[in-house]
Design a protein around this ligand. Structure first.
Ligand SMILES: C[S@@+](CC[C@H](N)C(=O)[O-])C[C@H]1O[C@@H](n2cnc3c(N)ncnc32)[C@H](O)[C@@H]1O
Length: 319
């Protein structure tokens, strides 16, 4: 019996036993594979459970005897849920019923049924949820980017990302050594908004883009090809260990601010280790009160540049 679990996180794979003690869920018994979209979740599952976990932008091909899909409005967007359910339906040969298929829906029964009906009513219809949209920095023609459900800023540019791209493009364009090729690391690149805008405005840049989300990396790879802007796209949630060699000229990051700045800290640690002496670190945040003291632990000086209602925090790496 080969079972595929989709949408489950490490904490979902426990059940409470007697006296509240946690034990592995019966879902994990047998030949089980967990699919996740973010490599952070793969690492969390591998750390806590003896089970195979795959992180990829699309569901692994079967054959699967059983597919369990966990979703709900607090777990993922409706668009991502429908996109994944379409993939599940294809893998299950259209059979979205037990015992082959099980839907664990966190939410109202009517929302659960509405989701299922969308696929069951027209099983041959394959909807595409990718979106193309444009973004630009002042003085440069717009670039067209593609994003997918699950990517940060799907369908529209993020204002924080735009603020960061605008400040970095302006500063790099006015630098003195404009002839020299620059190495730029865009961490948490999403679909590549910041890195590609900067590279389109400031020629002569080598781009390395990192994200923990497989669909962000899929979108970045596609956008690099479509824009003709070569970029190395790396799936990672702990920086780029092999590349943190102190050779980068510029680091840009628009980190997520949930998790009490823990992820922002991974970004800053990567910045300080990947930049050369004299290299520039730029991060962006709505309000600098929380990030600024953290960035000061990694860099001696933090300058705040305000743009679009956001704060871009600039630091220079010293020896
Ligand atoms: C706020 S979004 C910014 C996306 C893009 N740079 C922009 O400005 O539109 C943060 C991104 O960081 C990614 N991310 C979260 N944790 C990460 C980690 N540990 N390592 C790398 N990327 C991470 C998320 O997947 C997401 O794409």
């Amino acid at each position: 019996m080969k079972r595929l679990l989709v949408g489950y996180r490490a904490q979902d794979l426990f059940v409470k036993g007697r006296r509240g003690a946690k034990r592995p869920s019966p879902l994990l018994e047998g030949d089980v594979t967990c699919h996740v979209l973010d490599i952070y979740h793969r690492h969390a599952i591998e750390k806590t459970h003896h089970v195979k976990a795959i992180c990829s932008a699309h569901l692994p091909e079967g054959p699967w005897d059983e597919i369990y899909f966990k979703t709900g409005s607090k777990i993922m967007s409706g668009e991502l849920a429908l996109d994944l359910l379409q993939e599940v339906s294809r893998l299950a040969g259209g059979n979205l019923k037990p015992p082959q298929f099980h839907l664990e829906f966190d939410g109202k029964e009517r929302d659960r049924n509405a989701l299922l009906e969308k696929v069951l009513d027209d099983p041959d219809r394959v909807r595409s949820f990718s979106a193309k949209w444009r973004a630009s920095v002042p003085g440069c023609p717009p670039i067209e980017l593609t994003s997918f459900p699950g990517c940060f800023c799907h369908r529209r540019p993020d204002d924080g990302g735009l603020a960061l791209a605008e400040v970095v493009s302006r500063e790099l364009a006015s630098r003195g050594d404009s002839g020299r090729k620059l190495k730029l690391l865009d961490m948490g690149c999403g679909c590549g908004l910041v890195g590609f805008l900067v590279a389109s405005a400031v020629k002569n840049i080598d781009l390395v883009m990192v994200d923990s989300h497989s669909r962000a990396i899929e979108a970045t790879t596609l956008n690099s090809k479509n824009l003709g802007l070569p970029a190395e796209a790396i799936l990672s949630d702990n920086g780029t260990p092999a590349r943190m060699d102190g050779s980068f000229d510029v680091f840009v990051g628009n980190p997520p601010y949930y998790s009490d700045y823990r992820i922002a800290e991974v970004f800053l640690d990567t910045a300080v280790r990947s930049l050369r002496t004299g290299g520039l670190c730029y991060t962006v945040v709505k309000n600098d009160a929380g990030l600024r003291p953290l960035q000061e632990r990694y860099f001696p000086v933090v300058e705040v540049i305000r743009r679009r209602g956001y704060c871009v925090l600039k630091s220079v790496k010293t020896a």
